[in-house]
Ligand binder design. Structure first.
Ligand SMILES: Nc1ncnc2c1ncn2[C@@H]1O[C@H](COP(=O)(O)OP(=O)(O)OP(=O)(O)O)[C@@H](O)[C@H]1O
Ligand SMILES: [Mg+2]
Length: 243
């Protein structure tokens, strides 16, 4: 069986993709999966959160096959979790993919990177672009953070419509409510409308990740609401992948 490729993706920016990707990768590693987090966003936020300091501009060359991406993989402070870091050379990734004109480039890279690993998690840049086309083709599961607001839901619907009926995009979408504030009526209503979607609460502990430069679970009690919520999302991911 091939190694699952889990993409954390949304059309929208700032919805919690990177935060969730890093925490899911941590949960997977904790569950004993040899996990690779692939940072595909030129902002390199996931790389930052995992304590990596940018060194060189090599990420683009790996996409272009000028260097082997496996050579860019670095260990992290988390046992069982490795990182394929991003850097600012990925700023124009859409242009790179358009130039290359190889629809399966990312899928093939992901497959090669999955050797001797149990899971690959991709942190994606926002947008419905050449990059997301590549990601949607490569993924076995697409996790979509959705802030419980009408616009975020519309972004999810746009992705669902884009992938529906297209053979190249067979991966299921797993929506996850992100930055949920149960004091707000609109959030409570959105959650009630989709009771099956897992939910990540809005909490300052998630923001603290960028000061600690570590996944939430690495510095917070396993009983904290944030870590528990991440565990629930990871359980759901495992169940969907098992199908
Ligand atoms: N559950 C949460 N509670 C509180 N703050 C959060 C939560 N999730 C993410 N944040 C904060 O929201 C901001 C955006 O999160 P994040 O970078 O994960 O989003 P993103 O979708 O990856 O953004 P981008 O589209 O720019 O890549 C960050 O400052 C992050 O710390
Ligand atoms: Mg991000």
């Amino acid at each position: 069986m091939s190694v699952p490729i889990v993409a954390v993706y949304s059309l929208k920016g700032g919805v919690g993709k990177t935060t969730l990707a890093v925490n899911l990768a941590w949960a997977a590693a904790r569950a004993g999966r040899r996990t690779l987090l692939w940072d595909l966003d030129g902002q390199a936020a996931a790389s930052w959160l995992l304590g990596h300091d940018e060194g060189g501009e090599k990420a683009e060359a790996a996409i272009r096959k000028e260097i082997d991406p496996a050579r860019l993989v670095v260990p992290t402070a988390v046992d069982g979790l490795e990182l394929l870091p991003a850097d600012s050379s990925l700023r124009d990734l859409d242009v790179i993919f358009r130039d290359l004109d190889k629809k399966k480039r990312l899928a093939k890279m992901a497959e090669a990177l999955s050797a001797k690993r149990d899971l690959v998690v991709i942190d994606c840049p926002p947008g419905l672009t050449d990059t997301s086309e590549q990601v949607l083709r490569a993924a076995s599961l697409v996790v979509v953070p959705v802030i419980p607001a009408p616009l975020a839901k519309r972004a999810l619907d746009a992705v669902a419509e884009h992938v529906s009926g297209r053979k190249a995009f067979e991966a299921p979408l797993l929506p996850v409510f992100s930055m949920v504030d149960r004091r707000r009526v609109a959030h409570r209503e959105a959650l009630a409308a989709e009771p099956d979607w897992p939910a990540i609460p809005m909490a300052s502990m998630f923001e603290a990740m960028s000061h600690r430069r570590a996944p939430l679970g690495a510095f917070t009690s396993a009983r904290s609401p944030g870590v528990q919520a991440v565990a629930q999302v990871w359980n759901r991911v495992e169940r969907v992948l098992a199908k």
